[in-house]
Write a new protein. Structure first.
Length: 113
């Protein structure tokens, strides 16, 4: 269902929904901001298919979380810089992303076999 989001309604969304909307509407800025944060990747981590990323140390995670919150605030400001509201179908978008992720997951498992 398409909903109209004002800044007030947007601010009341949970963190994951805010991230989903910002990722969809400000894709480059969202990913560039994450790159600038430089999330923790341990030395020697190769990221092979099926390899889980080790736990981030607590003190590093706290800093990353703070930087990510700042990014979300900056992108929220940018999103409402030139508009008071926008329309978006979050449920449909999430369903389509889930389908895409399942396709990628299945293809990855096929390659591993």
């Amino acid at each position: 269902m398409i909903r109209i989001y004002t800044r007030e309604k947007f601010s009341k969304l949970d963190f994951d929904d805010k991230c989903t909307l910002l990722e969809a509407l400000l894709t480059d800025e969202f990913y560039n901001g994450q790159t600038e944060i430089g999330f923790y990747i341990p030395e020697g981590f190769t990221g092979e298919i099926g390899e889980n990323l080790p736990e981030t140390p607590i003190e590093i995670k706290k800093i990353e979380d703070e930087k990510f919150e700042i990014l979300i605030c900056k992108l929220t400001d940018k999103l409402f810089e030139t508009q008071n509201e926008f329309e978006f179908d979050l449920e449909y978008y999430n369903k389509e992303v889930k389908k895409s992720n399942e396709i990628i997951f299945n293809a990855t498992n096929f390659i591993k076999e």
